[in-house]
Design a protein around this ligand. Structure first.
Ligand code: FAD
Ligand code: MG
Length: 304
């Protein structure tokens, strides 16, 4: 195999072809660079039909935003696309070597990781089936559509305080403590000042639209529920490469600088995998920066 950097298969390989990865690849494509996108098509928001809060696309189908992005990207002749997972990435003589799920190996001078995160929901029966439809984590994404109705916050830790204090701007809030924590005096005062109702009876399950069935037999119908999932990396590539991580409130994410560069030279990370809490607009912005920064880093004189 050649050791001349220019003889890598691609100038850049982008792993993850959703909002962040598409945006990164678009910058590289517009610089007429050879870019490969590898994607398994498992967007984090695939459980929700509509996406909110992204300028000009407010209320659009989440899948349609990604599909239009992909169509526009693939119109560039230097873009290649591979369906399927990247299972391994390592630094090599020509930059990076990425192993695909079918065993194929591709090389790129730069690597952009945009593989997102996976949400692990609290183990309450009935939450997972309703995730993205009547069970949410982001008030800005889905709060408005609850029409100022009854909103339940199902606690799995003290982090539920954040939701419980924020959400009264979107409706009448009941905090289901569910044995996860007991608010102290200051927290009780804060909850009272926001008009939050406290429910200490354990949650048995979620039924119907978003009905909270309690262990004492009562059922409290809600317009929507909020939970705080644990987030974990959707792929092991960043850890395989040795990218430094940071600890967020709900899971680890990759540390990057203002150019989306990770601690490993030549590896740029963007989107949900590289911030404490993400959304589509942040993913697009970070992907744009990662793509431009990866391109810039290919030009040796700029790095001198
Ligand atoms: P993702 O969109 O998660 O994409 C990651 C991509 O990488 C996927 O296509 C995946 O298949 C691929 N991938 C992962 N591992 C590999 C691998 N090893 N090899 C190849 N490909 C791989 N945000 C909003 O702005 N508005 C909303 O209304 C909104 N609603 C949401 C509703 C729900 C239920 C959830 C969970 C999230 C919502 N979000 C919303 C947040 C939004 O989904 C994320 O911020 C956004 O998807 C992050 O984009 P991303 O490109 O970083 O990651
Ligand atoms: Mg992406």
């Amino acid at each position: 195999m050649s050791t001349i950097p220019n003889e890598a298969d691609f100038d850049a390989i982008v792993v993850g072809g959703s909002y962040a990865g598409l945006s990164a690849a678009l910058q590289l494509a517009r610089a007429r660079r050879r870019v490969l996108v590898v994607d398994t098509g498992q967007r984090r928001n695939r459980f929700a039909h509509h996406s909110h809060g992204f300028l000009t696309q407010d209320g659009a189908e989440a899948a349609a935003i990604a599909a239009l992005g992909r169509t526009q990207l693939q119109a560039y002749p230097t873009v290649s696309w591979r369906e399927g997972g990247a299972t391994h990435a390592a630094a090599g003589e020509e930059g990076f070597e990425v192993t695909l799920v079918d065993g194929a190996r591709v090389s790129g001078r730069r690597l952009v990781l945009a593989t997102g995160v996976v949400d692990e929901l609290p183990p309450v029966e009935g939450l997972a089936e309703r995730w993205g439809r009547t069970v949410f984590h982001c008030p800005y994404c889905h709060g408005y559509e609850l029409d100022e109705g009854e909103i339940g916050v199902v606690a799995s830790s003290e982090l539920a305080m954040h939701h419980a204090l924020l959400l009264p701007d979107w409706g009448r809030v009941t905090l289901f403590l569910n044995g996860a924590f007991e608010p102290d005096a200051a927290q009780l005062a804060a909850l009272a000042s926001r008009g939050v109702t406290l429910e200490r009876t354990l949650v048995a399950r979620i039924a119907g639209h978003a009905d909270v069935v309690l262990h004492d037999g009562r059922t409290l119908p809600m317009a929507g529920l909020f939970v705080m999932p644990q987030m974990r990396m959707a792929s092991p590539l960043a850890q395989q490469l040795g990218c430094a991580m940071e600890t967020g409130h709900a899971g680890a994410f990759v540390r990057t600088d203002a150019m989306q560069a990770s601690s490993v030279p030549g590896v740029f990370c963007c989107g949900d995998m590289a911030r404490a809490a993400g959304n589509v607009a942040f993913a697009v912005a970070a992907g744009t920066m990662a793509g431009a920064a990866a391109h810039r880093s290919l030009i040796a004189e700029l790095n001198a």
